[in-house]
Design a protein around this ligand. Structure first.
Ligand SMILES: NC(=O)NCCC(=O)O
Ligand SMILES: [Zn+2]
Ligand SMILES: [Zn+2]
Length: 484
């Protein structure tokens, strides 16, 4: 089957040009101005539109067992929500219970993800340390095609790992050519702050934000960066939400370290004022970690995207229904942490980024697909509109307008933290591996259309890091031992 996208402007992360796109089967066959489409090709008229790589959301939690419940959007509805908003691939976190085999957790996630409607991959979480974990990490990279390992520095008593475990795991990542990821918050301090808030009688959602100030995130980010440096590993900091964390990443990059930062669309647009709402359900809907910050932090995050010190915009899509959020009535520590965003990330970022001149169109592509495709070692198969790439793309209508309304969303929950936001610019057609997955309001993708994407280890970064480490490694001083 072939598709011919005619008359649009192709936007990649490094350049834009007027060009047609011919898709044959699941791949892009040609991009250019002189292509003759086969007679049998379905034609999509992209006049006045941009043709961009489909979005990649590298941070989702679909059907995640977490905080005594399970996140509401599963792989089918999470990926369908993504396709509706122009996202054609998600990377979800496979999270073993502490002590559980990574291999067993991987099988669980493969089973859950069979119903994905768009392509997907996994990061593997390291939730404890042992000889078994050390050994299994190799299988995860070499057999399962997972080149990223996530570490929670928060969620004490559940998923949190300590510095010794971080050191062991980062060093193992460096050996395997894998990338460590961190959720950077000082979990010990958070636990003490939570007790302090409850002792003051603060048990509502605002207590969640008060107990996780930006300093707690900034310290953990700096610590993870230091440990990555000692072990020779690169580092990717998920949900970078504040100036302190961004500055730690920018400093490390200026010092030559390979460190990446990922703000979420939520932290770019929503602020801590939400927790002051007198509607408990609304404030609880916004409970996620790290929490929304005061507005001053948003300028820092936007500046990071503009200057390149932050590289990726994700969602951390982890949705819970109102009833699930109410598990935390009377004790904010029990409100399941997480918000949605998969359907809205691309239109919101376009509106608030490209629409305001904070981002160019090419930078938009960089931070929604190309950069993460490179970091995850799937570029240019993903993240590019190029001959040979997977035919995952979005025909983007800059004039499309939409007001976000939970009552019309694909996600299974009954509210949306972006309710009422107006977007200008959005997908007219989303193409997922050569098939029209969404077009003009009609979702065509079906459960099971998605494929698992393997991501091989990325030796070039590690060869560079280990070469430099070997050259600069401490050496013993040779001394002549003089016998008295
Ligand atoms: N972010 C959040 O609040 N929930 C999902 C789990 C995590 O990423 O920490
Ligand atoms: Zn997290
Ligand atoms: Zn997350």
């Amino acid at each position: 089957m072939s598709l011919f996208i005619r008359g649009g402007t192709v936007v990649n992360h490094d350049h834009s040009r007027r060009a047609d796109v011919l898709i044959q089967g699941e791949s892009i066959l040609a991009v250019g101005t002189t292509i003759e489409p086969p007679l049998s090709a379905d034609i999509i008229d992209a006049d006045g539109c941009y043709v961009m790589p489909g979005g990649i959301d590298p941070h989702t939690h679909l059907e995640l067992p977490f905080m005594g419940t399970v996140s509401a959007d599963d792989f089918e509805w999470g990926t369908k929500a993504g396709l509706t908003g122009g996202t054609t691939m998600v990377v979800d976190f496979c999270i073993p219970d502490p002590g559980q085999s990574m291999l067993a957790a991987y099988q669980d996630w493969r089973r859950k993800s069979e119903k994905a409607a768009a392509d997907y991959g996994f990061h593997m979480a390291v939730t404890s340390w042992s000889k078994q974990v050390f050994d299994e990490m190799e299988t995860v990279v070499k057999t399962y095609g997972i080149n990223t390992f996530k570490h929670f520095m928060a969620y004490k008593g559940a998923l949190m790992v300590d510095d010794d475990e971080l050191y062991n795991s980062f060093a193992r990542c460096a050996q395997l050519g894998a990338m460590p990821l961190v959720h950077a918050e000082n979990g010990d301090v958070v636990a003490r702050m939570q007790e302090a808030m409850l002792a003051r009688g603060i048990d509502g959602p605002e207590g969640h934000a008060f107990s996780r100030p930006p300093e707690v995130e900034g310290e953990a980010t700096s610590r993870a960066i230091m440990i990555a440096d000692m072990t020779g590993a690169p580092l990717y900091v998920v949900h970078t939400s504040c100036r302190q964390s961004h500055e730690a990443i920018a400093r490390a990059r200026a010092a030559g370290q390979r460190v990446h930062g990922e703000p979420l669309i939520q932290h770019l647009l929503l602020d801590a004022g939400e927790y002051r709402s007198d509607d408990w359900d609304h404030a609880a809907a916004c409970v996620m970690s790290p929490p929304f910050r005061d507005k001053s932090h948003q300028d820092s995050l936007w500046a990071g995207l503009q200057s390149g010190s932050l590289q990726v915009v994700a969602t951390d899509h982890c949705s819970f229904t109102r009833a699930q959020k109410r598990l935390g009535r009377g004790d904010f520590r029990k409100i399941p942490n997480g918000t949605g965003g998969l359907e809205d990330r691309m239109p919101l970022l376009w509106t608030a980024g490209v629409g305001t001149g904070r981002l160019t169109r090419e930078e938009f592509v960089a931070v929604t697909s190309a950069n993460i495709a490179r970091i995850l070692n799937v570029f240019p198969r993903k993240g590019a509109v190029m001959a040979g790439s997977d035919a995952d793309l979005v025909v983007w209508d800059p004039a499309a307008s939409k007001t976000i309304q939970a009552s019309r969303q694909v996600s299974r929950i009954e509210y949306n933290v972006f309710e009422g936001f107006s977007c200008t610019g959005g997908p007219a057609v989303t193409v997922s591996r050569g098939r029209i997955a969404w077009r003009d309001g009609e979702l065509r993708a079906e459960a099971g259309d998605g494929r698992y994407v393997e991501r091989p280890a990325f030796p070039p970064v590690h060869v560079a890091n280990s070469t430099w480490k070997a050259i600069t490694a401490p050496r013993a001083v040779a001394r002549d031992m003089v016998t008295p």
